[in-house]
Design a protein around this ligand. Structure first.
Ligand SMILES: Cc1cc2nc3c(=O)[nH]c(=O)nc-3n(C[C@H](O)[C@H](O)[C@H](O)COP(=O)(O)O)c2cc1C
Length: 442
């Protein structure tokens, strides 16, 4: 079983007022991130993950005001320099960085990730996303979000270009021969001459190949189109939290898509996003969980939900069905993932819901209350084992928990949960790979 830690929203969003939150002058202190990296490596964790969205949420009421006021999905920095700092105080743990192929340019990203793979000595993963957020699109020259299928067409081409660039300088191209004065052999450094629908890139990449050559590639598209693109290139898929039968279904869909690409499904894992709270006792864990839903204003919930679905929830009628909501979200070119999908699984597509009920459920989701499983290390290990087996025993979990208790919870994961999983023979007792890709092998 592989374990990642999701540090995407450390200290921000709705739980920053809870005891133990490191806000104010401690955020964004680089020392905080170094602490997280050291602690996670002590627990032999595979990967520290940083998700991203680059615009301040503006979907709710068409304005950034409530997001700014309540700290929803902001502040948020480009984590690449933070990864450098974290990599200097660790040796083995990997780092997952997120960029949107809808907005970035593949030459820039291929070159940046090559540099990061060098500096981390082969510990970099790239979470390849399209972005489903208009606020992000508007910072990159678009008025509207590109259509869903087109976003994935662009991702296909983006990754083709990156891979061609990463292969454009052969591993033994550099000679640094003092006798002959030869730096590199021109026969081993080749232009890629890419001309496609979205990009025109001559190449080659102007750098030596990095330890992994290609960073570990992860993608989280949950739709059939997203899955098709993932199957072309991923080392691992990120999966959203869902009931075990739905996990098994997604696993089967990913496997079928991989087979269509002529790839071996046995070698590609799904890493499932999972919210846990581990305590010394069940009562302690449950108490921490109860604190999650305190003091979160409805506007913050609205801004959070609207941002994460790309749909303005302030426009909802007093009563509606989740099928209607899904149709509106799709019509807005957003992605009906996460909250709305989870709610449909619980209530059914045609169940009618009032606005009040919707926001009450939303509060529980925005704060991770609804999805957080709280318990002792043994209880959480049981929970993870059952899900791991139910979803084909390939991959693992990305643990998310209350942002405010990030540090406290990380200690509990490292000192309580990891030893329990090791006792059960489910988790490594030492890092054995030289690179992240080797450590993450299925
Ligand atoms: C574990 C996980 C991590 C994700 N990380 C991000 C992220 O950092 N930024 C982002 O914009 N979307 C993120 N997403 C959303 C996906 O990239 C994708 O848009 C979503 O799953 C919808 O799939 P679809 O585009 O195929 O409809 C993540 C999804 C999952 C399940």
């Amino acid at each position: 079983m592989h374990l990642a830690i999701d540090v995407s929203w450390t200290q921000v969003e709705t739980t920053w007022r809870e005891p133990g939150a490191r806000v104010g002058r401690h955020y964004p202190d680089v020392g905080l991130f170094e602490d997280i990296a050291r602690t996670a490596e002590r627990g032999l964790i595979d990967l520290i993950f940083f998700g991203d969205s680059t615009g301040i949420p503006s979907t709710w009421k068409g304005s950034i005001e409530d997001a700014v006021r309540y700290g929803v999905a902001w502040p948020r920095m480009d984590m690449s320099p933070w990864i450098v700092a974290m990599s200097r105080v660790t040796k083995h743990i990997g780092f997952g960085l997120t960029y949107a192929t809808t907005f970035m340019h593949p030459f820039y990203v291929a070159r940046l990730l090559n540099s990061l793979d060098h500096i981390t000595n082969g510990r970099l993963a790239f979470n390849v996303i399209t972005s489903q957020r208009k606020a992000d699109a508007q910072n990159y020259g678009f008025d509207e979000l590109m259509e869903h299928g087109q976003r994935y067409d662009r991702m296909d081409e983006f990754i083709d270009v990156c891979r061609a660039l990463w292969a454009s300088v052969e591993p033994d191209a550099f000679e640094w021969n003092r006798e002959t004065g030869l730096v590199a052999n021109p026969a081993k450094v080749r232009a890629i001459n890419h001309e496609g629908r979205f990009f025109k890139v001559k190449g080659p990449l102007s750098v030596p190949p990095s330890p992994q050559v290609v960073p570990v590639l992860i993608q989280a598209g949950g739709s059939p189109r997203g899955t098709r693109t993932a199957a072309r290139f991923v080392d691992h898929v990120f999966g959203a939290r869902k009931p075990i039968p739905a996990m098994a279904k997604q696993r089967a869909e990913v496997d079928a898509a991989l087979r269509s690409e002529g790839r071996d499904p046995g070698k590609v894992g799904i890493i499932w996003s999972t919210q846990v709270m581990v305590g010394e006792t069940e009562a302690e864990a449950k108490k921490m969980k109860e604190r999650l839903i305190d003091r979160v204003p409805r506007e913050a919930v609205g801004a959070w939900l609207s941002h994460n679905t790309g749909f303005d929830m302030s426009t909802l009628p007093r009563r509606f069905t989740l099928r209607e909501l899904n149709e509106r979200i799709v019509a807005a070119n957003a992605s009906p993932v996460g909250f709305v999908q989870q709610l449909s699984q619980t209530l059914g597509h045609d169940g009618e819901i009032t606005l009040e009920e919707f926001f009450e459920q939303g509060l529980r989701t925005a704060t991770s209350y609804a999805t957080t499983v709280a318990g002792t290390a043994a209880q959480i290990a049981d929970y993870l084992e059952e899900r791991f087996e139910g979803a084909g025993s390939r991959g693992g979990f990305m643990l998310r928990h209350s942002q405010a208790e990030q540090i406290e919870m990380l200690h509990n994961i490292v000192d309580l949960l990891v030893p329990e999983l090791q006792r059960r023979g489910r988790f490594r007792t030492a890092y054995t790979g030289r690179t992240l890709r080797e450590n993450l092998a299925v």
